[in-house]
Design a protein around this ligand. Structure first.
Ligand code: HEM
Length: 415
């Protein structure tokens, strides 16, 4: 049977109680399936890991630029569609350009975030981790029932502090900046364009400050490049915007999801604490099993594509030129075709690679930084409080893009 975008087989709901179950349902229909998003917009969902990697490495046929998106160009999307600013961000961002334009924007950013530069941030990350853990402990001592929200007191401020340091943003401004861009991910707030504009003007003003008073940060370094290597100012502002949007909350979700998974698996925690299994495995297994990014949009077919050309099991899939395609990382991470019959089990001994940092030319530039933060933070948390337990409800973030929780109440030293 031929599958086209006119016959979606599943509806994704931001308020769904379990995105993994949704993902499994989509995957059961095949590695590429038509799915309806909130607002009635239909896209192809890539649910299989191999199909996902094939799409991501084929940047000629699956482009990033929304200029290929027929429904957008024809004005057929619903007015105020809440996911518009994520699916088709305005501006010349690294995440929505292809080919040489993409390489031009990616080069300076990847130079600023090389593995060596990121490794040099180890003392900054380690000091911030200790300070936030001390704060968390103090908050727990003050709390009536010893319960503290790990997300708001640790998992949110840690990556904010690290990215703030990278971008030269004063600590006093971290909260305001965080509030501005968190609005981007709120599927319930209009089409997100207002949030995009507010954040943009804040960052623009910040770059002006750094032009007047350069500091020891990534943006000042990019401003000081010789003119032929320097990004135009507008591109620099958009680049900061992308680093924040792509790098902060994703890392928050990684920390929340890892703490949640490990705190109920004492035998795996002991393997990590004894050194039998390296802490890196906890980061990688969380990324695979509970990917911080659930579903992410942003590929558009540049020509008609037969699904069987992408993956043999996608026979009958007819992707038309101009169709939008999103990658379901949450589904790919538990794909039994790649990870075998135990794909749905969390096991830090697995030590496997995954596709949750993307693949191909747009592979995550910040992965060394996210891995560094995750490794240092998780090792310190469980070394300090091996019996940490999650208490009460763990509400899901109301989103089809984000796979995480709005808070994570924990007891550091349960009685
Ligand atoms: C656990 C944390 C993170 C996760 C799960 C994550 C995930 C991803 C994924 C899946 C992509 C590929 C998107 C695509 O191909 O459409 C990506 C790209 C990107 N990430 Fe990350 N990321 C994380 C942390 C970071 C950090 C810390 C930074 C920066 C400090 C960052 C910056 C970027 C940038 C700039 C891109 C765009 C690259 C391009 O389009 O060429 N990410 N990320």
């Amino acid at each position: 049977m031929a599958l086209t975008l006119s016959g979606p087989i599943h509806h994704l709901d931001p308020l769904s109680p379990n995105l993994h179950e949704d993902a499994a349902r989509m995957r059961a229909h095949g590695p590429i399936v038509p799915v309806e998003l909130p607002g009635g917009v239909v896209m192809w969902a890539v649910t299989g890991d191999e199909a996902g990697r094939n799409v991501l490495k084929d940047s000629d046929r699956f482009a990033k630029s929304p200029s290929y998106w027929k429904a957008l160009q024809n004005g057929e999307l619903p007015k105020d569609w809440p996911l518009l600013s994520l699916a088709a961000p305005a501006g010349n961002a690294i995440t929505v350009v292809d080919g040489s334009e993409h390489r031009k924007l990616r080069r300076p950013l990847s130079q600023a975030l090389t593995a060596r530069r990121v490794e040099a941030l180890t003392p900054v990350v380690a000091a911030l981790v200790e300070r936030l853990l001390d704060d968390l402990e103090r908050a727990a001592d003050k709390a009536e029932d010893d319960v503290v929200d790990f997300r708001s007191l640790f998992a949110w401020p840690l990556p904010m502090g690290v990215i703030g340091h990278l971008l030269g943003v004063d600590e006093a401004d971290h909260d305001e900046l965080g509030r501005l861009y968190t609005a981007l991910f709120d599927d319930t707030l209009g089409d997100g364009r207002d949030a995009e504009l507010s954040l943009h003007s804040w960052l623009d003003e910040h770059v002006s400050r750094l032009e007047r008073e350069p500091g020891d940060d990534m943006i000042s370094a990019m401003l000081a490049l010789p003119p032929e290597d320097r990004l135009p100012r507008e591109d620099l502002v958009v680049t900061m915007y992308v680093v924040l949007a792509a790098g902060h909350e994703t890392t928050t979700h990684l920390l929340v999801n890892a703490v949640r998974a490990l705190s109920t698996r004492p035998e795996q925690r002991d393997l990590l604490l004894s050194g039998e299994v390296p802490w890196e495995n906890l980061v990688e297994e969380t990324m695979r099993w509970d990917s911080p990014t659930a579903n992410f949009f942003t590929r558009f077919a540049t020509e008609d594509i037969d699904g069987a050309d992408v993956h043999p099991a996608a026979e009958g899939v007819r992707i038309a030129e101009g169709d939008p395609v999103f990658i379901s990382y949450i589904s790919m991470g538990r794909d039994p075709e790649r990870y075998g019959p135990t794909a749905g089990a969390f096991d830090v001994r697995r030590g496997e690679t995954h596709t949750s940092f993307g693949y191909g030319t747009h592979f995550c530039i910040g992965s060394p930084l996210a891995r560094l933060e995750g490794r240092i933070a998780l090792e310190r948390i469980f070394s300090r409080w091996p019996d940490l337990e999650v208490v009460g409800d763990v509400p899901r973030s109301p989103s089809i893009v984000v796979n995480s929780h709005t808070h994570l109440d924990v007891r550091l030293r349960p009685a």
